[in-house]
Design a protein around this ligand. Structure first.
Ligand code: DP6
Length: 349
């Protein structure tokens, strides 16, 4: 006798980056961030949870391999927090099933390389929390669940919503107001696409967790970043509301470059971008230079997370041109599915 649920949760790619924690224990950020959640059946994590009174312990399998759940670690914290929500539900509604006392088995698959700087922790912890909420039959909202997903991985709190999502940094010491909020749904601006250029699918050198801690400890430049993000968040929300791609693109690129500048200002410095990443930056600027001359404004925006892979945001009508351009200069790039070299976001043409 057991309960079971399966959910699929997509990756999100930030356009205003989260970098820096003001509390490591609670995973509270030093600045707000904003991301776009990719389409359901693109990059995603699928997680199945089973809970049963027969199980002797909580267990987790990631891409077919069992992982140890460290007591007090991130996965354990998320599971325990979800059990607390379930317990509160049992008490409130006098639910006769003591599911909060049962152990849970979790089985999770990413459809893309783990830890290649492609936000596997974002979809992973979001899927974990969403799956447990489903298996426990909880009525909690996505915003409430985002408080728990955040403790797994900061960026995960944004994957509980589709479309355009802000993570408000909050001011409370207990983190109760550091949660995700949907800025606009996927239907609001549905012709925005992400072309993902996988420069390398190797595991990254410096994890985001340790990288951002080192930045907070050693970079004077991050103080300037913390100062300028609130205005950028406001301007980004405006650009999204107005579907102003030109402003969206400029801000996205500026913020990615500012984040990587802060990484370089860290001691010892952190390099996430490589020569191919920088060539892609030059290519996108050249592409935009031509369209700006033609009075069409920016037509493409790159952004890089904690790795060398580029995500190029553009409107659907420009996807073909951008993919052709990338393939022209990087002939080794092949379409998604086969090699994970270059692939499209929503609405592959
Ligand atoms: C560069 O969410 O992976 O992708 O909270 O320590 O798990 P932890 O960090 P994580 O950091 C993501 C950093 C980023 C920017 C972003 O997604 O906003």
């Amino acid at each position: 006798d057991y309960w079971q649920a399966t959910v699929t949760t997509p990756v999100n790619i930030a356009v205003i980056k989260y970098w820096g924690k003001r509390s490591v224990a609670l995973n509270l950020p030093t600045n707000a961030s904003l991301s776009v959640t990719l389409h359901q059946d693109q990059l995603c994590t699928t997680t199945t949870a089973q809970c049963s009174k027969e199980f002797a312990s909580d267990r987790l399998w990631l891409n077919g391999k069992e992982e140890v759940i460290k007591p007090g670690g991130r996965t354990d914290t998320c599971i325990q927090e979800m059990k607390k929500l379930r317990k509160a539900y049992e008490d409130k509604y006098e639910d006769p099933h003591p599911a909060s006392e049962w152990h849970v088995h979790l089985c999770s698959f990413n459809n893309f390389p783990t830890a290649a700087g492609l936000a596997s922790s974002a979809s992973g912890y979001a899927a974990l929390v969403h799956c447990l909420a489903t298996v426990y039959r909880l009525p909690n909202t996505s915003t409430e669940l985002s408080l728990i997903a955040r403790q797994g991985s900061g960026s995960a709190c944004r994957s509980l919503f589709g479309g355009f999502v802000a993570w408000d940094m909050g001011v409370n010491e207990d983190g109760s107001d550091s949660k995700a909020r949907q800025v606009a749904s996927e239907d609001h601006w549905d012709d925005i696409n992400a072309v993902i250029c996988v420069v390398s699918d190797e595991k990254k050198g410096t994890s985001s967790t340790s990288g951002m801690q080192r930045t907070v400890e050693t970079s004077p430049l991050i103080q300037e970043r913390i100062r300028l993000v609130p205005a950028r968040m406001a301007e980004m929300e405006r650009a999204i509301a107005a579907q102003d791609f030109d402003a969206f693109a400029q801000l996205t690129m500026k913020d990615s470059n500012n984040f990587h500048a802060v990484c370089l200002d860290t001691s010892p410095p952190i390099f996430y971008m490589n020569d191919v990443s920088r060539a892609l930056v030059a290519l996108v600027h050249e592409f935009n230079r031509v369209s700006i001359l033609q009075k069409r404004g920016h037509r493409a925006a790159y952004t890089f997370d904690a790795g060398p892979n580029a995500v190029i945001y553009c409107l659907r009508r420009n996807v073909k041109d951008i993919v052709n351009m990338v393939m022209h200069y990087f002939p080794q790039a092949e379409p998604f599915k086969d090699t994970y070299k270059v692939f499209y976001g929503k609405d592959t043409p």
